[in-house]
Design a protein around this ligand. Structure first.
Ligand SMILES: Cc1cc2nc3c(=O)[nH]c(=O)nc-3n(C[C@H](O)[C@H](O)[C@H](O)COP(=O)(O)OP(=O)(O)OC[C@H]3O[C@@H](n4cnc5c(N)ncnc54)[C@H](O)[C@@H]3O)c2cc1C
Length: 469
């Protein structure tokens, strides 16, 4: 298929990162006929590409084919906030870990190593993805937010059992040394296990690194069915000993998989590059990632070209079209993010907003990720990272590679290997639950900001909420 300018323009409009990507976004050739290989991977996001990368570097000569419906990085991997952050995705209980289970500490260590591994591979493969490991700061800008942060760190043993042992609380003065002038700051929490990246440069660079190691990538190739030993498309069938599904939120579009995840949209905006004098007033340490403890929290990074890129949840779930380009922008969320910049980083209030975009991520019913591989059928999959996919997909890819190759590594005994989340409630219950979650969390935030008191309605929804609430 001929790459048209309009298809590249469409991909560039998917995120700030793809827009300012200085390489070509012209699609690689699609699959043109039947093929035979050792491993077929569906999806060229971080999960699929890390799996391919680790397989290809562990066993050179393995015939690996990646099939991607659009282009590498079209999904969440080319659109996210660029937070490569350690920490447990999900809860130890969901993985069947009792208090004191050593697998929790091991899992958390593995996520920390994943952050470093991203930096190491980027350096080794010459991927210039703006990797700066300067840590992440969570701000508490109200008394209830501060109490939530303190509760999280207050009991060291309980925190370790939850996999939360990697950060420490900061007073408002200490937090202000990392980002200055945040109004109403009560304190913060800092973790060193976090790095800022440019997601598009990482995912596109990873695709090129895979090719250098012998992986074949076919873009503009939609997979219609995934079965043991074969993957079918409109233009051919790929027969393979191992088949890996790496389609995260888009898995819900595959036959019989609709309720595997809740496809949640996270939306972002970016300012134009800010003047050096504004950055001086903001006192924002370079590379530092910043978020807060609102229920509908924001996450932000200072980009390498001097913008604030900031995102948050709260886009309404649409029953008829849970995944649709129309969900990628939302005036309400955009306005909330603009207001967040003005309230939290006043020196940047009124900055021009040049980009607004979003994408779907996969939330499993228990908010806990999984990596699965069945040796008998050769079928594997990974996903459900909720907001932790940048680092988690690196671990998942390395783990899938070990599972496929039968390597008896530490990774294959981590708690999420073999984990299966139960499915979401059938529609319209899932729709109602997700609308109720967003509505209640937004109302709770407004109440807390106005009164300085916790909103107890959130507790009513606890059965549906991720662990941090
Ligand atoms: C706006 C936003 C901000 C986020 N911020 C962060 C963050 O800062 N830190 C963090 O850790 N996580 C973040 N996440 C989550 C993270 O980006 C994802 O968890 C992660 O990128 C998932 O990677 P993946 O490869 O599994 O899925 P994806 O990147 O979604 O890739 C799946 C790929 O499969 C392809 N595909 C789907 N169906 C088919 C098919 N039938 N045939 C062929 N190909 C198919 C898609 O086109 C896509 O390219 C964010 C997500 C979003 C949307």
């Amino acid at each position: 298929m001929i790459a048209t300018g309009s298809s590249q323009a469409r991909h560039r409009s998917s995120s700030l990162w793809l827009d300012r990507f200085d390489g070509s976004l012209a699609p690689r050739p699609p699959l043109a006929g039947d093929l035979q290989c050792d491993v077929a991977i569906v999806g060229a996001g971080f999960t699929g590409l890390w799996t391919a990368y680790h397989l290809a570097t562990l066993q050179p000569g393995l015939r690996i084919v990646v099939l991607e419906r659009e282009i590498a990085g079209h999904g969440a991997s080319g659109r996210n906030g660029g937070w490569a952050i350690g920490g447990l995705s999900g809860t130890p209980a969901a993985y069947g870990c009792a208090p004191g289970d050593e697998r929790v500490a091991r899992a958390v260590r593995a996520t920390h190593q994943a952050v470093d591994e991203i930096g190491a591979v980027a350096a080794r493969e010459g991927i210039d993805c703006d990797f700066v490991k300067a840590g992440a700061l969570t701000l508490a800008t109200s008394a209830p937010q501060w109490r939530r942060l303190q509760a999280r760190d207050g009991d060291a043993t309980a925190a370790a059992d939850r996999g939360d042992s990697d950060g420490h609380l900061l007073s408002a003065t200490e937090a202000g040394e990392l980002v200055a002038g945040v109004p109403g700051l009560h304190g913060g929490r800092f973790t060193p296990h976090a790095a800022r990246i440019d997601p598009a440069r990482l995912v596109r660079g990873l695709a090129e690194a895979c090719e250098r190691h012998g992986v074949t990538i076919h873009e503009q190739t939609a997979v219609t069915t995934i079965e043991p030993g074969r993957v079918s498309t409109a233009t051919g069938v790929v027969a393979a000993d191992a088949v890996i599904r790496a389609t995260e939120s888009y898995t819900t579009q595959l036959h019989g998989e609709r309720l595997r995840y809740l496809p949640l949209y996270s939306l972002m905006i970016a300012t134009a590059p800010l003047e050096a004098s504004v950055w001086a007033q903001l006192g924002w340490r370079d590379g530092l990632l910043v978020d807060d403890r609102h229920h509908l929290f924001f996450y932000a990074q200072r980009t390498s070209d001097g913008r604030i890129a900031i995102g948050g949840r709260g886009a309404p779930y649409r029953l008829a079209h849970p995944i649709d380009p129309a969900n990628e922008r939302n005036e309400g969320v955009r306005a909330r993010l603009v207001a967040t910049i003005a309230r939290t980083f006043p020196a940047a209030a009124g900055a021009e907003i040049t980009h607004h975009w979003g994408g779907p991520l996969a939330a499993p019913r228990d908010w806990s990720m999984s990596v699965n591989y069945d040796r008998a059928s050769g079928m594997g999959s990974a996903g459900g990272y909720t907001g932790h996919g940048v680092a988690a997909a690196q671990i998942a890819g390395a783990t899938l590679a070990d599972l496929v190759l039968g390597r008896d590594s530490d990774l294959v005994t981590l708690p999420w290997v073999g984990h299966r989340s139960r499915r979401w409630e059938p529609e319209p219950l899932r729709f109602l639950a997700s609308r109720a979650i967003v509505g209640t969390l937004g109302a709770a935030d407004r109440h807390e900001d106005a009164t300085g008191r916790a909103d107890l309605r959130v507790r009513l929804l606890r059965a549906f909420l991720p662990p941090a609430h």
